[in-house]
Design a protein around this ligand. Structure first.
Ligand code: AMP
Length: 392
C-alpha cells in the first residue's frame, strides 16, 4: 500500500472519500467532530497544491435526492474551519462536477453532493463508480467509518484508479489495529461489554485467540452467568446464546474474567433501589445488573495496570444513566494510566468511543477509532474491503 506522503499530489486532482456523515438538525450541524477529524489530511493536500475533490455520504437518503440530507451545510462549515472558500457541486457525477473539477486551481477544494443521492453508491454500480473515478487522478480514502462497506466510493472507485493511498486518519486506524491484532506487546488484555454477545461474538472469538485475558462486563456478562447456572434476575440475557457462552467458558475459561460483584437496580431510568451483589449468590427477581461493582473495578484495575496492550470495546455498564457509568469510568481511567506508562490502548465501537470522548480522555489514549461497525469488523479479524482496495 502506498503512503499519502510518498505521492506527488501537486497540481493533481485528488479525489478523496471522507466521512462527513455529521448530525444535521434544521440545516445546522450539531457536531462537526467528523469534519475536524479529517482536517489534517485536507490541509496537507491544500498545502501541497493538490486540487482537492471531496466526496461523502450523509444519512440514508436511499438513492433519492432529499434536501434534508444535502451536504451543503457541510461545505459552509468546512469553509469556516479551513478559512477559505469551498466550492460545492449539487451532484456528485455528471457535467457539473466534471466541469467544476476541471477548473480547479492548486489548493482549491470542491465538495460533491451526497453520494447516496444515487442508488449506485451503496450498490457499488460500475457505471456510477466510473462517473466518480473520472473526476480525479489520485484516490485517497480517509473514511475509516465506511471502509467495511463495499460501496462505489469505497471499493469501486479505487479499483478504477492506479494511484491511491489512505489519508492520515485512515492510516492511523490501520496502524493501530494492525499493531494490536498482529503484533501486540504482552500482556495483552481486552475489555468487552455492551448489551449483547450476539453483536460481538466474532470479535470475542478472534480476541480470545490473541489476548492473555478477556474481561467481560456489561449486559453480555449475564449470558455467561446464566451459562454458569447463576440466577440473573431481570438482567439482560440472550437465551439463545447461553450454550455458546458455555462453550466459550469450557474452551477459554481461564482467559475469561467475569465481574466478581454487580451493581443491581430495580429500574435503569428511575432506580429506587440499588445494591451490590455477588453474582455467585444469584441476582434476585425484580432487579437487574446495571454495572460492574467496586470490587470488580478494583480487581480488574489492578490486572489491567500490568497490561502492555489493551483493547476496549463496549461499556461495562449502562453508562448513559449515572451512576451506572462508574465501572466504565474506572476502566477509562486505567486505560489512561496504562497509556501514560507507555502501553498501547485502542478503543473501538460507537458507544465506547462516545463514552471516552464524553469523559474527555480521548486524546490521552493511543487510539480512539472513528468507526463503529468498521472497528468491530477489524477486531473480528476481517479484511475491510475499502482498505484492501487500496493495495490492489
Ligand atoms: P454496544 O453498542 O453493544 O457496545 O452496547 C452499548 C450498550 O450496552 C449501551 O447502551 C449500554 O447501556 C448497554 N449496556 C451496558 N451494560 C448493560 C447492562 N448491564 N444491561 C443492559 N445494557 C447494558
Amino acid at each position: 500500500m502506498l503512503k499519502l506522503r510518498e505521492l506527488d499530489v501537486t497540481n493533481k486532482r485528488v479525489l478523496m472519500r471522507v466521512d462527513f456523515n455529521v448530525p444535521v438538525q434544521a440545516g445546522e450541524i450539531t457536531d462537526d467532530t467528523r469534519i475536524r477529524a479529517t482536517l489534517p489530511t485536507i490541509q496537507y493536500l491544500i498545502d501541497k497544491g493538490a486540487k482537492l475533490i471531496l466526496m461523502s455520504h450523509l444519512g440514508r437518503p436511499k438513492g433519492e435526492r432529499k434536501p434534508e440530507y444535502s451536504l451543503l451545510p457541510v461545505a459552509a462549515r468546512l469553509s469556516r474551519l479551513l478559512g477559505k472558500p469551498v466550492i460545492f457541486s449539487s451532484d456528485c457525477i455528471g457535467d457539473e462536477p466534471e466541469s467544476k473539477a476541471s477548473r480547479l486551481k492548486p489548493g482549491d477544494v470542491l465538495l460533491l453532493e451526497n453520494l447516496r443521492f444515487h442508488k449506485g453508491e451503496t450498490k457499488n454500480d460500475p457505471e456510477f463508480a466510473a462517473g466518480l473515478a473520472k473526476l480525479g487522478e489520485i484516490y485517497v480514502n480517509d473514511a475509516f467509518a465506511v471502509s467495511h462497506r463495499a460501496h462505489a466510493s469505497v471499493v469501486g472507485v479505487p479499483k478504477l484508479m492506479k494511484i491511491k493511498a489512505p489519508g492520515f486518519l485512515l492510516e492511523k486506524e490501520i496502524e493501530a489495529f494492525e499493531k494490536v491484532l498482529k503484533n501486540p506487546d504482552h500482556p495483552f488484555h481486552a475489555v468487552m461489554g455492551g448489551a449483547k454477545i450476539s453483536d460481538k461474538i466474532e470479535v470475542i472469538h478472534n480476541l480470545l485467540d490473541k489476548v492473555d485475558k478477556l474481561f467481560v462486563g456489561g449486559g453480555m456478562s449475564f449470558t455467561f452467568f446464566r451459562a454458569m447456572g447463576y440466577e440473573t434476575g431481570d438482567s439482560i440475557v440472550e437465551e439463545d446464546k447461553v450454550s455458546l457462552a458455555e462453550e466459550l467458558l469450557n474452551k477459554y475459561g481461564d482467559k475469561i474474567a467475569l465481574p466478581v460483584d454487580i451493581v443491581v437496580a430495580d429500574d435503569i431510568e428511575q432506580p429506587t433501589k440499588t445494591e451490590v451483589i455477588d453474582p455467585n449468590a444469584g441476582i434476585p427477581k425484580g432487579v437487574k445488573g446495571v454495572d460492574i461493582g467496586p470490587a470488580t473495578r478494583d480487581r480488574w484495575g489492578k490486572e489491567l495496570m500490568n497490561a502492555k496492550t489493551i483493547v476496549w470495546n463496549g461499556p461495562v455498564g449502562v453508562f448513559e444513566h449515572k451512576p451506572f457509568d462508574e465501572g466504565s469510568k474506572a476502566i477509562a481511567k486505567v486505560l489512561v494510566k496504562v497509556t501514560e506508562m507507555g502501553g498501547t490502548t485502542v478503543v473501538g465501537g460507537g458507544d465506547t468511543v462516545a463514552f471516552v470522548n464524553q469523559t474527555g480522555i480521548g486524546d490521552k489514549l493511543t487510539h480512539v477509532s472513528t468507526g463503529g461497525g468498521a472497528s468491530l469488523e477489524y477486531l473480528a479479524g476481517y479484511e475491510l474491503p475499502g482498505i484492501k482496495a487500496l493495495s490492489e
